[in-house]
Each structure stands twice: as structure tokens, then as C-alpha cells.
Design a protein around this ligand. Structure first.
Ligand code: HEM
Length: 366
């Protein structure tokens, strides 16, 4: 498996920075908050570090148009009922997807990024759209996936595509089709635009996280693995939203350095997740997938902010984690093997591509 440590691009540049405070990627920024205290400050002081996002151009979909300056209140965290509904749907849909694969292409590798699409899509729709019929939830999930696909080239483009470009028109068509379908759904919690953003973030990111989880399990020497610890190790080593940014709303001082108004300050859960003060284990062993490091009950996972913090923290974190735990519970009962090396795709957050896995049909007992 490719390691983030040897990755090039933005990921490699951020990981190569010194981790002692505010680091800079260039003479005039952007800056990276490399300590937990600085990262928290950047994420939790929206008056100073504002949310710059626009869902159509962010590095991934975990970004709303929510503007804390203009009074946008953000997304309410999913409640326990929604999480339970989504997790139950994920489990049944994942089992169905695996059974379908075994029927239609027995013995062939599972393409994790492809196979996770429908289960994650339908699970998130079941959680977020409680009053929709199951048929409506499926239809919405299909439309969200189509929008996510159409957004790919917009996000990957070096410059924002012009409004009349084919790329942008395709994306707009997919977004409008999704919003039209959402208008038919009873009891929507927010405008169709807001719900569309929630769903896209809640589907694209967990698909990548789930594929990373399966890749890590397949790459891991067999042995007892706790599904909860495997889920945390996945969002530590390869959080799909590996970096997020805020924009200085005015000139400010951060860690003794001057950041001018408009300057970008980034926070990387992936970088923070490799700090020895936040993660148990030997400092030179923190890039290894080792779920057992969390066996120590005095060490609590999550201090590296895999779900963000502050007003734009992830409202779907409990569902995201629960889906990963359900998937890990399936994974540890099977014999998984990578059929080819996994590469880190950086075009939208980070995703494992290809991520093809051989699954032994007999369940192994743990
Ligand atoms: C393992 C799965 C997930 C991970 C690792 C994850 C990670 C994140 C992170 C790091 C952020 C903060 C981004 C920032 O500060 O700029 C975020 C935001 C967000 N997430 Fe998640 N997420 C996951 C699952 C979900 C799910 C299941 C949903 C919805 C059902 C969801 C909906 C959102 C939304 C709407 C935002 C934007 C919040 C805002 O801008 O106010 N996420 N997520």
C-alpha cells in the first residue's frame, strides 16, 4: 500500500512540514496549524478564521456554503435515532451488495470504492430523510451519487471551470435533478440545497473512509482486530478529509506570526494523527495501522480531529463511525487480501484507487 509519508503533491508537502507550531507552505502562506491547540483555535474561532468553502470547489464535499459571518447556523448533528436507522440500513445494504457480487461475479475481487456506493448512499439517505419512503431514499441516493460524480471534474480542474463549460453544466444539471427529487420528499430538514450538501458530504466521505478501512484490514496481518479500534485507526491514518482550511477574516497573530486578512490557514487531521502526544505507541511507529494501540482504555481516540471541530464540525460523525464499525465487523469475519497495490488519489480529499480486494467466501471466526 502507498504510504502517505511517501506521497507527493499537497499531501507530501504538508507531511514534510515541521510540527512545532504554525508552519508555512510558502513565503506568504498558506499556513498549516500543526499543533492540536493551534488547530482547535483555527477551527473554533469563526470570527477570526472564517469558513471559505464553496461545496462546488472544495477539496472534498465536507464543506458547506455555510457562512458563519452571514449567520448560517451550520448543520445540526444527527440524533441517535437517525444514526441507528442509517447503521441498520448500511448493514443490510452491504450484505445485499456482497451477495449480489457473489451471484453476478463469483470469485472476482471486490472493487471497494464501487461496491460501497449504494450501501453508503442509501444508509445516509435513510438517516437524513426519515419521512421519505424507501423508494424515495434510493432515488435520492442515486441522484446524490450522480452529483458527486459530476462534481469530480469540477473539483479536480486546476481553475474553476467557467459557468458555461460542459463540466460545469453537467454538474449543474446533476445538482438540479437532485434538488428536484428532494422537493418531493416530505419533512425535509432544511432547503433542498442544504439537504443536498449534507447528503453529498455524508456519502462521498464515508465511501472513501470505508474503502480505506477495507484496504487497511486487507493489508493487515491476520489476528484479532477490534472493529471499533480499526475504524479509529482508519480515520487516523487516512482521513478522507485530510486537510481543511479557514481564511483569516482580518489581520491576526497566530503562534507569534502575522497572518494577513484573507490568508489561508489549514488544519490537517492526517498530520495531527501522526503526533506522538495524541496517539499511543512508539513515535517512529505511528504510520502503521495498529488497531491494538487503542486497547489501552486510558487513551481516547479522536484528539487529531478527524471530524473537525467548532461550528463546522461534522454533523454526521456518529453515523460515519458507526458505518465504519459495521463494515469492520464484517471485514474481521472474512479473509481479505489486496489484489494490487493501493495508491493514494488526491483529487478529492484522499481515496484509495484502485482498491480491489479478494474476499474468501468462508467467514473466519475471531
Ligand atoms: C467516516 C466518515 C466521515 C468523516 C471522516 C467526516 C469528516 C468530516 C470533517 C473532517 C468535516 C469538517 C470539515 C471542515 O472543518 O472543513 C466534516 C464536515 C461535514 N460532514 Fe462529515 N465526515 C464523515 C461522515 C459524515 C456523514 C455520515 C455525514 C452526514 C450524514 C457528514 C456530513 C458532513 C457535513 C454536512 C459537513 C459540513 C459541516 C459544515 O460545514 O458546517 N459527514 N466531516
Amino acid at each position: 500500500m502507498d504510504s502517505a509519508e511517501s506521497a507527493g503533491g499537497r499531501l507530501g508537502a504538508v507531511l514534510a512540514l515541521p510540527r512545532t507550531g504554525l508552519a508555512s507552505l510558502g513565503p506568504h502562506g498558506p499556513w498549516v496549524a500543526t499543533t492540536p491547540a493551534l488547530a482547535r483555535r483555527v477551527l473554533t474561532e469563526p470570527g477570526t478564521f472564517d469558513f471559505p468553502g464553496d461545496v462546488s470547489r472544495s477539496g472534498d464535499l465536507s464543506a458547506s456554503r455555510g457562512d458563519t459571518r452571514s449567520g448560517h447556523l451550520g448543520f445540526a448533528a444527527l440524533g441517535a435515532d437517525a444514526v441507528a436507522r442509517g447503521t441498520a440500513r448500511f448493514t443490510s445494504e452491504w450484505d445485499a451488495a456482497c451477495a449480489d457480487h457473489e451471484r453476478s461475479a463469483p470469485g472476482t475481487p471486490y472493487d471497494a470504492m464501487a461496491l460501497l456506493r449504494a450501501p453508503v448512499g442509501r444508509a445516509t439517505c435513510a438517516a437524513v430523510l426519515p419521512e421519505a419512503s424507501e423508494a424515495q431514499q434510493r432515488a435520492v441516493a442515486d441522484r446524490v451519487l450522480a452529483w458527486i460524480d459530476a462534481l469530480g471534474p469540477v473539483i479536480a480542474a486546476r481553475r474553476p471551470p467557467a459557468r458555461w463549460s460542459r463540466t460545469r453544466r453537467t454538474e449543474q444539471r446533476a445538482r438540479h435533478a437532485l434538488e428536484d427529487t428532494l422537493r418531493e420528499v416530505p419533512g425535509l430538514d432544511g432547503t433542498p440545497q442544504q439537504v443536498a450538501t449534507m447528503l453529498a458530504a455524508g456519502i462521498q466521505v464515508p465511501i472513501a473512509a470505508g474503502a480505506w478501512l477495507l484496504a487497511w484490514l486487507a493489508d493487515h496481518p491476520t489476528g484479532r482486530v477490534d472493529p471499533v479500534h480499526a475504524a479509529w485507526e482508519t480515520v487516523r491514518l487516512t482521513p478522507p478529509t485530510w486537510v481543511t482550511a479557514r481564511q483569516a477574516a482580518r489581520d491576526c497573530d497566530l503562534d507569534g506570526q502575522h497572518v494577513p486578512a484573507g490568508g489561508l490557514v489549514m488544519v490537517s487531521p492526517l498530520l495531527l494523527g501522526r503526533r506522538p502526544d495524541l496517539v499511543p505507541g512508539e513515535p517512529d511507529d505511528l504510520a502503521r495501522f495498529a488497531p491494538e494501540r487503542w486497547d489501552d482504555p486510558t487513551r481516547r481516540p479522536g484528539a487529531w480531529l478527524p471530524f473537525g471541530a467548532g461550528p463546522h464540525a461534522c454533523p454526521g460523525r456518529n453515523l460515519g463511525l458507526a458505518m465504519l464499525v459495521a463494515l469492520a465487523s464484517w471485514g474481521v469475519r472474512h479473509d481479505l487480501r489486496l489484489v494490487e497495490p493501493v495508491r493514494i488519489d488526491q483529487s478529492r480529499g484522499i481515496a484509495p484507487l484502485p482498491c480491489r480486494i479478494e474476499v474468501a467466501t468462508t467467514e473466519v471466526t475471531t
